[in-house]
Design a protein around this ligand. Sequence first.
Ligand SMILES: [Zn+2]
Length: 71
Amino acid sequence: MTKFCPKCGSAELNYLPWLGEIYVCRNCGYQGALVIEDGELAREIREKRFEVIKEEETEAESYKGAQKRKG
Ligand SMILES: [Zn+2]
């Protein structure tokens, strides 16, 4: 069964058996024993996270605009 990161909904998880039942997300850096096995829930998390990223990008864009004047 596919396992998903509870923080970002990514399936990019590394299993680290030497630390116990620990998963590490290659996408957001989450570490923990809790993972999601529900693809539908993971999709909701990804969509929520995408909305946050869009807001952050808007701020980054205005910052980039200010930087461009240098060149
Ligand atoms: Zn993650």
